[in-house]
Design a protein around this ligand. Sequence first.
Ligand SMILES: Cc1cc2nc3c(=O)[nH]c(=O)nc-3n(C[C@H](O)[C@H](O)[C@H](O)COP(=O)(O)O)c2cc1C
Length: 374
Amino acid sequence: MNAGLRRLLQLGYRVARPGFFALDPERSHEWAFIGLRSLEFALRRLRPSFSPIRDPRFEQTVAGLVFPNPVGLAAGLDKNAELPHVWALLGFGFAELGTVTAHPQPGNPKPRLWRFPEVRAVVNRMGFNNWGAARVARNLAQTLASMKSPIPLGINIGKSVATPLAQAADDYATTFTLLAPLADYLCVNVSSPNTPGLRELQSPEQLSQILHRLHQENQRLVAAGKLSHARPVFVKVAPDLSAEQIAALAAVVRSQDVAAVVATNTTTARDTQETAFLPPGGLSGAPLRERATAVIRQFFRCLEGRVPIVGVGGVFSAEDAYEKIQAGASLVQIYTALVYEGPGIAPAICHGLLRLLERDGANHLSEVVGRRAD
Ligand SMILES: Cc1cc2nc3c(=O)[nH]c(=O)nc-3n(C[C@H](O)[C@H](O)[C@H](O)COP(=O)(O)O)c2cc1C
């Protein structure tokens, strides 16, 4: 039933794509979401037995969580955590929902989203538009009460735009407290370019302060019986970091027991001929691929392979995913490729990855993680 439905959805996307691409990007996102919400509703009502794409060569325990396959949904697409079951149905091995902030916020004024199909890129200046942690938590609790998620669900948390940087740790802690009971992991986003000053929180002092605060909150919630166990905390980093900044961040990751590094968010760089004329904002998709892979490789080296990495940025094919895995990523995520290639993207990458493992004589994905990190 899964595979047939996925094929049908991909066919629907092929038919609808020209119409979607003729619309304003945010409008077409809204239309696509109306369709996906109906699918989520139907899944919850009918509760069909469906399992995620899994294969013994893929199954990994990362940060204490079991991942059926390594291809995840990146943060920013399901900002209010509305569609957790849809992502599993579409073949993703995990999904990162959010970014959610403590306060509800509308995000930046429109237009704030642009597609550039000739370079397979997207530029966004969304600015964490979301319902706020309390409403997201209420809604997600209802969604998961009717049906558990068959894949690990992460929730990406960010600083509210109204909160001064000096109070960032408390702001993250508020969101963490509300959402940790519903998440398999939490990802601290200090790397979006669209919230003024957010990237400054990547400084070792500020990041340590936030992580320390979340560690305390984790312990407090466990002691109060509100969490069965402390939730793994991931950190999502920017692709625009120097080698020194990466080394300093890696030291914080090690000292603060960060469970995984998500590398990377969108870039503000416009350093190639093809990107020089793109508008300001976070650039994602094909032009980000190499830069993100280089950051993964540097983190893998600095962390000596001891902290898992989730590789994200410009993954469109199994080859792109494999490149990130060989650079040091245990898992990958995608966003922009879903816009350009449609809902069949995760199964296509999974099948291609299995072929690449066979080609290289590997019996398990973990054998090739970091194989080309030097
Ligand atoms: C429209 C849009 C919105 C995004 N919003 C978020 C967000 O809210 N939080 C976040 O951590 N990353 C966000 N991202 C970044 C993605 O999660 C991902 O890191 C980046 O797009 C690179 O992956 P890709 O090339 O596969 O798109 C967003 C990306 C796009 C294109």
